[in-house]
Design a protein around this ligand. Structure first.
Ligand code: ZN
Ligand code: ZN
Length: 219
């Protein structure tokens, strides 16, 4: 696994599509690894998972900063939240009506939930897969009548084998390396970080004045 992981990163370029594929692949590997340690109790119905996904809030940059997570990575795709926010911002700048419900960062925010923070894409996919508990702490996602689930002490760390733990550490190291590389960023007119890929110029006020360079994306 270590070798195939290394080649996965070696075969990733700074092209945004290549990085996007890498992120999807990492999220899949991490989700599968986490699911192996899951208590096979809760299987969500389609209706339950749909309403859970609909209830996920979209966090603002300020909210994420207030939570102390501005410099954190999504615990599933190991992408920095700052990069995920930049991706959301860029998508909205390209298309004001972008309603991709999987953009941005969210939190398991209901009173009975644990408060763990994820990119919306990964936690939505996890819930759509029928998982009824948080991938990080196993606390139930559903409101329960038993006092048990509302007791924070009932949460527990997932049982991860030493091999899996090492795999996750390795992925984290590779991803941190990737994102600490200055080439992996969009920059705007002020040189601020905007997202994945080789540095490109983002005009002030977004893309509204000149969509021609993106016309290929819509054809
Ligand atoms: Zn993620
Ligand atoms: Zn949790």
């Amino acid at each position: 696994m270590a070798d195939s992981l290394r080649s996965l990163f070696e075969n990733t370029s700074n092209d945004p599509r290549s990085l996007h594929r890498l992120r999807e692949r990492i999220a899949q590997i991490v989700s599968d690894t986490i699911a192996r340690g899951e208590d096979p109790g809760a299987n969500l119905s389609l209706e339950q998972s749909r309403s859970l996904i609909e209830s996920l809030p979209r966090l603002s940059e300020d909210q994420i900063r207030d939570l102390g997570h501005h410099d954190s990575l999504c615990p599933i795709c190991y992408t920095p939240f700052a990069a995920i926010l930049a991706e959301e911002e860029t998508a909205l700048a390209i298309d004001d009506f972008a309603v991709d419900e999987e953009l941005g960062v969210t939190k398991l925010a209901a009173p009975w939930q644990c408060g763990h923070v994820f990119c919306r894409r990964d936690i939505s996919k996890w819930i759509r897969g029928g998982h009824g508990s948080c991938p990080m702490c196993r606390r139930t996602l559903l409101e329960s009548s038993t006092s048990d689930s509302s007791d924070p002490a009932s949460t527990q760390e997932p049982a991860t084998s030493p091999q899996d733990a090492e795999l996750l550490t390795q992925i984290r190291t590779y991803m941190e390396e990737l994102f600490s590389n200055g080439a992996v960023a969009y920059v705007d007119h002020d040189g601020d970080f905007r997202g994945f890929g080789d540095p490109i110029y983002v005009p002030e006020g977004g893309y509204d004045d000149d969509r021609s360079e993106f016309s290929g994306m819509y054809s």
